[in-house]
Design a protein around this ligand. Structure first.
Ligand code: PLP
Length: 393
């Protein structure tokens, strides 16, 4: 057989299980409406939660940075690739999150992969939520520490695992703050208390929550700190991305100055990857300014999402434990999920079906990403289209 002959067989196997994914056509820009199949369609497939991906102010800042600092950086940050905009953005991030220091990564996937494997190694232990993002899971795999997975949001099992694992040298608890498919929040108050009790490091990934949750947009940690002001200092490591609500690209970590120094020495995805274009740093700083100056974006967004969930419940849709702008419609089988997604698309709504391996088997869902740019009319007509597209009972 041809060396690559197995690929066709594997693809056919995916297709038979309704799990084959195909790339959608390229889009001009992210937005609440996009052009697809030759017409305008309402887009619920994006994580551009604050509607900043095409914001004129980000575009202007990025264009100016290209003019002033060029496009490519030519080297990793440790060598010579760090731009003025990166230096500024790291200080801006640390001030925004009120941590000693911050460090930019090429993406937040790279941040998770590099950070976790720089924190723990053989003889250490990691404790992670079963629904953590793939980048966290891959970071755990790279780390060679022992991995303990607790059921989604189950602090009782986490505590039991921590109690049984006192012999490890270092211990790390790592969790998404806002889960990317279920749209629910990690029980961070309880997790932080356990981290303190068992002297574990606590790392929280705020990828979907930055700019959306918290009075100042710092995320779920800030949101939950309303009940316990100590929470923010109890989360030792905060990871995030500029690629979702902040409208551009790139990952980051906010933590102690010492740990930033360690990561810039030891996180392989930092050390061995070329620095981001300066334009990305410039756009990121403007996005943080907007999060500071325009809190109404996040307030209205969460109100809108709550109203939508309410209306969906009235009509019998199951949105699981969602409490955010990520609203899943739990369907179950991949085939039925994709059929519903297709029917919505025919009616002018792009709502992607999510199948394994992004979700567990039998947990396929339609994922609705609500953004500040969605109007009430768009959400109303989505609810109607869902009624029409629903399978006859
Ligand atoms: C999207 C996501 C990432 C990856 O972010 P990128 O910057 O796009 O690589 C990491 N963690 C979580 C929880 C995410 O949802």
């Amino acid at each position: 057989m041809e060396p690559l002959g197995w690929v066709d067989e594997e693809l056919a196997r995916l297709e038979r299980s309704d799990l084959l994914r195909t790339l959608p056509p390229p889009l001009r820009a992210a937005g609440a409406t996009v052009r697809l199949d030759g017409r305008s369609i309402v887009n619920f497939s994006s994580n551009d939660y604050l509607g900043l991906a095409s914001d004129e102010r980000l575009i202007a800042a990025a264009a100016q940075a290209c003019q002033d600092q060029g496009v490519g950086r030519g080297a990793s940050p440790l060598v010579s690739g760090r731009a003025e905009s990166h230096d500024y953005l790291e200080r801006r991030l640390a001030a925004f999150f009120r941590t000693e220091a911050a460090l930019l990564f090429p993406t937040s996937f790279a941040a998770n992969a590099g950070i976790i494997s720089a924190l723990v190694e053989q003889g250490d232990a990691i404790y992670g939520d079963a629904k953590n993002h793939a980048s966290i899971i891959d970071g755990c795999r790279l780390a060679r520490a022992e991995r303990h997975i607790y059921p989604h949001r189950d602090v009782a099992v986490l505590e039991q695992l921590l109690r049984e694992g006192k012999h490890y040298r270092r211990r790390l608890i790592v969790t998404d703050s806002l889960f990317s498919m279920d749209g629910d929040l990690a029980p961070l108050l309880q997790i932080a208390a356990l981290a303190e009790q068992y002297q574990a490091m606590l790392m929280v990934d705020e990828a979907h929550a930055i700019g959306v949750f918290g009075e100042h947009g710092r995320g779920v940690v800030e949101h939950l700190a309303a009940a316990d002001p100590l929470l923010e200092s109890r989360v030792h490591i905060r990871v995030g991305t500029f690629a979702k609500s902040l409208g551009s690209a790139g990952g980051f970590v906010c933590t102690s100055a010492a740990l930033v120094k360690w990561l810039s020495n030891r996180a392989r995805t930092y050390v061995f990857s070329t620095a981001q274009p300066a334009a990305v740093g410039a756009a990121g700083a403007v996005a943080l300014d907007i999060v500071d100056a325009e809190p109404e974006r996040r307030i209205l967004l969460l109100e809108k999402a709550a109203r939508l969930r309410c209306r969906l419940h009235e009509r019998g849709w199951d949105t699981g434990t969602s409490a955010s702008q990520i609203v899943p419609l739990r369907i179950g089988s991949p085939a039925r999920t994709m059929q519903l997604s297709q029917r919505l698309r025919e009616r002018g709504f792009w709502a992607p079906g999510i199948r394994p391996p992004s979700v567990p088997d039998h947990d396929s869902l339609i994922r609705l990403g609500i953004t500040a740019a969605h109007t009430d009319e768009m959400l109303d007509s989505l609810v109607e289209a869902l009624d029409e597209a629903r399978e006859p009972a």
